[in-house]
Design a protein around this ligand. Structure first.
Ligand code: COA
Length: 179
């Protein structure tokens, strides 16, 4: 359930379906557009700071995975969150490559909304396994992922020391999608 005003765009033509009417600042969950890229970069840097994606990589991720790149648009030119899932050309698995909600909007169900929508899209596309990496101390994200059914991928409880380089440990989590 969402405690915030939220609109969704569920189809590829970006027609908006209002879920919760709100006069002030309704958020729209929609597919990212090319014109979002500067704001996406700003948002990514605001949230992830030194581990934000370089601009050129964000651009290429958009080019590759546009349909599974979803944003929360507040209607004022600002994005308040995004999720990005990458799929393989061959195979039925996917990786979540990014998820965030701006600090001022957390704990209102938006992270869950982003994940639920992208998982629905992946399921519709025939994806069977979704993986992600999470910093082992990031309990907010781990609780969210566990709630959605993700579990550590063995061995070692999913822990992968130095996964992103020295000292950058990660846990790998996995979800098998029902079909
Ligand atoms: C992780 C993140 C996306 C969660 O977004 P959010 O909109 O605040 O999450 P939601 O409100 O949808 O919370 C869903 C569930 O996640 C868990 N959760 C989220 N934040 C939590 C927190 N601070 N403490 C404990 N549990 C938390 C809870 O189980 C919650 O369910 P509940 O509200 O019914 O208790 C957000 O905290 C964020 O952007 N963090 C910084 C970026 C990041 O770490 N991204 C993930 C990288 S792997």
């Amino acid at each position: 359930m969402t405690a915030e005003p939220l609109e969704r765009s569920l189809d590829h033509r970006d027609q908006l379906t209002q879920l919760t009417p709100h006069p002030d600042e309704p958020l729209v969950l929609r597919t990212a557009r090319e014109s979002d890229l500067p704001e996406l970069r700003r948002l990514d840097e605001e949230v992830f700071q030194e581990v934000a994606y370089p601009g050129f990589l964000l651009r290429q991720l958009f080019d590759m995975y546009e349909q599974n790149f979803l944003v929360l648009d507040d209607g004022t030119g600002r994005l308040r969150g995004y999720v990005l899932a990458a799929t393989r050309a061959l195979g039925a698995d996917s990786w979540i490559l990014g998820l965030c909600v701006t600090q001022d909007r957390r704990r209102h169900g938006l992270g869950r909304e982003l994940m639920t929508e992208v998982l629905d899209r992946l399921r519709r596309d025939g994806i069977r396994v979704v993986r992600l990496t999470v910093e082992p101390a990031n309990l907010a994200a781990i609780f969210l992922y566990r709630d959605l059914g993700f579990r550590p991928e063995e061995p070692d409880g999913g822990l992968r020391p130095d996964y992103f380089g020295p000292g950058m440990h990660r846990q790998i989590m996995r979800l098998d999608l029902d079909h």
